[in-house]
Ligand binder design. Structure first.
Ligand code: FAQ
Length: 329
């Protein structure tokens, strides 16, 4: 991260595009400012390609790893309807990863290389999925409040500049809005249920609040990539703006259910219209995204294991006589 060292913004912007053809760069930036989409075969600066690969790949990994904490609850979800809904949701998340890996592939990085970077710990994925889902209520909080955060981010970025990513996000958001309704219903059921259920959902919310505050990324003061990503309309709002939007939409809903949040300083400043809160613990965030969270090792071990166990299928497909492969209808 840039930390507190002052870097002249013009100097930084120039170094990012050093060596690019100035005419092509101007044409590219003009297209973006006009709201045109950039497509895979169009000219783009190296840094734009690099940033997109980094961000889309991390997003894809987040979906595939994100299926794990909720996935462990499929067999234990209370009742057949909840099991069915959760199974469909988890399946959707894995599908989102496929869409996102395909979008990242259009930029020139192979799926094998991306999966390899995930399982060797080289690539990051969302901090939130490195925390455990101890109870059924944790799975409900994920489905409501993590999906809510994902939707805020994705609805905004779906209006961004890179065509394949935006189209993937549009499709993902449609499915995520069902997840949100399912998650909200599951949390409302617990919050309006027995004292045991209320207590369970309150405890889960208290556990998840710090990772949720981290979810939108480091504050704008220390965010490393926001400036260039917003300039090129990959990110359509800054980390702090997304966090504010989230607090504005969801804190009142949480409080309406009679639940409390573990931050005594959380309140909306009516004069500025902004939410005030205790600054999240960014040291914990850094540790978690760099591999040292409560479940990082377990999550990657699951992915490594499935990669190993699926190897024979991929090998068989490579050598299979295609006449024996039945096409999907
Ligand atoms: N977790 O300079 P910035 C979901 C890293 S999908 C981990 O501010 P940027 C669906 C960042 O990569 C959830 N790492 O970064 C679902 C960078 O590290 P690097 C995922 C994080 O890119 C729901 C460094 O910190 N969504 O939940 C995080 O401008 C339920 C500096 O940060 C997306 O990925 C984090 N939270 O902004 C599934 C959306 N935040 O690469 C199952 C697309 C930051 O230099 C169940 N991504 N870092 O080593 C984005 O919008 C952006 O990448 C941000 C971060 C906003 C996440």
């Amino acid at each position: 991260m840039y930390g507190n060292a002052y870097i002249d913004p013009n100097e930084k912007a120039n170094s990012i595009v050093a060596g690019e053809d100035p005419e092509k760069l101007t044409e590219f930036e003009t297209r973006i400012s006009k709201g045109e989409k950039i497509e895979p075969k169009d000219w783009m600066p190296k840094e734009y390609r690099k940033q997109l690969i980094r961000m889309i790949e991390q997003h894809a990994h987040s979906e595939i790893i994100g299926a794990l904490p909720e996935g462990t609850w499929i067999t234990r979800a209370p009742g057949f309807q909840r099991k069915l809904a959760l199974m469909a949701k988890v399946q959707d998340e894995v599908g989102h990863a496929q869409l996102l890996y395909s979008a990242a592939e259009t930029l020139g990085k192979s799926r094998e290389a991306m999966i390899n970077d995930l399982i060797t710990g080289k690539s990051k994925y969302s901090n939130v999925f490195n925390y455990p889902a101890f109870e059924w209520a944790d799975a409900c909080i994920i489905a409501w409040l993590i999906d809510a955060g994902a939707i805020i981010n994705q609805v905004a970025n779906a209006k961004g500049s890179y065509g394949p990513y935006c189209r993937a996000l549009d499709r993902i958001c449609t499915e995520e809005s069902f997840h949100l309704k399912y998650g909200h219903d599951a949390v409302v059921t617990l919050a309006t249920g027995t004292p045991y259920q209320r207590n369970m959902v309150q405890e889960a919310l208290t556990r998840w609040w710090p990772p949720i505050m981290h979810f939108f990324g480091p504050s704008d003061k220390i965010s490393q990539h926001t400036e260039i990503l917003m300039k090129w309309k990959v990110k359509m709002a800054s980390n702090d703006d997304m966090r504010q939007q989230y607090l504005n939409m969801y804190v009142p809903k949480i409080w309406d259910l009679g639940l409390t949040l573990p931050d005594p300083n959380l309140k909306k400043n009516e004069e500025t219209g902004k939410w005030e809160y205790t600054e999240p613990d960014w040291d914990e965030f850094k540790r978690v995204i760099n591999g040292d969270g409560p479940c990082n090792a377990e999550r990657l071990a699951v992915r490594r294991n499935s990669e190993e166990r699926g190897r024979w299928v991929r090998e068989a497909l490579k050598t299979a006589d295609t006449k024996y492969i039945v096409p999907l209808a």
